[in-house]
Design a protein around this ligand. Structure first.
Ligand code: GAP
Length: 479
């Protein structure tokens, strides 16, 4: 059984063993902080993305979705401020040559202090860090690292360089001939694809403020301290929504979206106490207010989603750099203006990590007669990779044929899985391990009265129901 300390490692191993998440290019010893989703991980990922997309677009009449390209004109990143500002204070260890993000080093130290029961000391360290970061006081940050006695994890020394800024964008060349090629960036956020399409969508969709544009897609950051599994990756996926509003109404909409997004996370069945808001002290270059929704991962409370009041920073800068007027005529107040924006930005991979962390359960099923246990992923049925496993008890006597008929009746409605190999007990355990909420067993009695046994993953309760009701019963759990 995994203790609290090794629970995280147990989840990582489980993800690999059951086809959820693999290290990228593993046969070449992997690529640091890049991961591939396997057969069940990609189903889970798609289900979470679809659930977010539906909640944003279908459930909000004033939000539409787009799918912008990853490559964008290089000026986009000048206008957005990323070329000049998208950097983090870093520090190198002179002995190991390893580079660290200053805030990550200090946060790790604070975690360590907290685990040792020195909560007040940990809080004081973070409070000082926040103050120094907000003041861009690099000398102060270096001194704080030294005073906190922080050592490099590799060399074990405190031989630190000065603190410097380091841009996190990846660049590449567009064009086939090197003389003609221009340097472009892999987008570090999906949001800019929305901003540059603001007028296209507003005009063609006849959208009236307030309205939103949603998008999901890959983003890339050259994270220095990229560790903790899929929590911090160099290639990851975001689900972002920019909500365009009248200037002056940003406080009201910021509060509205904070609450709406918290409701969305709670709708995944996760207890309230596993979440908290964290207000930003040091604001990003585009924001006038910002907070994170943090979730208590097995590695502690960490950022899951950002809610940012971005003012008119992005649209105003794109107007300036593109020299194209980006304005909205508000007929209600008879005024032209550049809209303000409240953004919600959640990491898809972090949401997956949250769902898996919440779902992973080790259960001791031992009886006085027999030792037994199971690992079950209690994933909400609407997000589970497979909804129904169809299992003929034996491979003969016409049972596989009946099972196939049930499969055919259900598979266009939700993801089913057919399996006839191994004992029924082993098959149930495999389905538990990938989070399949329902298994049905087809046995001799099915031939006699048309009923099947349905087994519920979490309670392991088994009921006998008519085979003709399986589709309807499972579907009820998927909304
Ligand atoms: N458009 C605003 C924006 O990108 P952010 O706070 O930098 O804001 C938003 O990122 C979300 O993207 C984060 O809350 C996190 O869930 C996810 N994210 C950011 N960097 C990540 C990384 N390196 N790996 C995985 N997810 C990441």
């Amino acid at each position: 059984m995994a203790t609290d300390n090794n629970r995280f490692q147990a989840i990582i191993s489980h993800c690999k063993e059951y086809g959820f998440i693999f290290q990228s290019s593993e046969i070449y010893d992997g690529l640091s902080a890049v991961y591939d989703y396997g057969q069940w991980g990609s189903e889970l990922k798609k289900n979470i993305r679809d659930y977010w997309w539906k909640s944003m677009t279908q459930m909000h009449e004033n939000i539409v979705g787009i799918d912008a390209a990853i490559f964008m004109h290089p000026t986009t990143w000048k206008a957005s401020g990323h070329v000049d500002n998208f950097s983090d204070p870093m520090i190198d260890n002179k002995d190991s040559k390893k580079r660290y993000r200053v805030d990550h080093l200090l946060e790790a130290k604070a975690d360590e202090l907290e685990k040792e029961g020195k909560k007040a000391e940990a809080d004081a360290l973070l409070a000082t860090m926040d103050k120094l970061l907000a003041a861009n006081d690099y000398e102060g940050l270096k001194k704080l690292i030294e005073d906190a006695n922080i050592k490099c994890a590799i060399s074990g020394t405190k031989n630190w360089t000065e603190v410097r800024q380091f841009n996190l964008m990846f660049s590449t060349q567009l064009g086939s001939v090197s003389e003609e090629a221009s340097e472009i960036y892999l987008r570090p956020e999906t949001a800019q694809g929305i901003f540059v399409n603001f007028l296209n969508v507003q005009k063609t969709g006849r959208m009236k403020i307030p309205f939103g544009i949603a998008q999901t897609g890959k983003a890339f950051r050259n994270e220095i301290v990229a560790r903790q599994f899929i929590f911090r990756m160099r290639e990851f996926e975001q689900m972002e929504m920019q909500f365009f509003i009248r200037p002056g109404s940003q406080k009201e909409w910021y509060d509205y979206w904070k609450e709406e997004r918290m409701k969305w996370h709670l709708s995944l069945g996760i207890p309230k106490e596993k979440f908290r808001f964290h207000d930003h002290v040091k604001l990003a270059h585009y924001a006038d207010a910002a907070c994170d929704i943090e979730y208590e991962f097995p590695i502690g409370f960490k950022e899951l989603e950002g809610i940012h009041s971005r003012t008119d920073f992005d649209l105003r800068n794109h107007q300036e750099y593109s020299k194209k007027k980006i304005q909205y005529f508000d007929a209600e107040i008879n005024q032209n203006y550049i809209p303000y924006v409240v953004e919600t930005s959640v990491g898809l991979d972090r949401t997956i990590m949250m769902v898996l962390s919440e779902a992973y359960t080790e259960e001791d099923l031992s009886t006085p007669e027999k030792q037994d246990s199971r690992v079950v992923l209690k994933i909400p049925p609407k997000l589970a990779p497979i909804k129904l496993a169809v299992l003929p008890l034996v491979k003969k006597d016409g049972l596989p044929e009946i099972a196939r008929e049930i499969m055919d009746n259900c598979k266009s409605h939700f993801r089913c899985f057919y399996e006839e190999k191994d004992t029924i007990g082993k098959r149930y355990r495999r389905m538990d391990a990938i989070g399949t909420p329902f298994c049905i067993t087809i046995d001799k009695q099915t031939k006699e009265d048309g009923t099947v046994t349905i087994r519920h993953r979490d309670s392991m309760q088994q009921d006998r129901i008519p085979a003709s009701q399986v589709r309807e019963l499972v579907s009820k759990y998927l909304v």
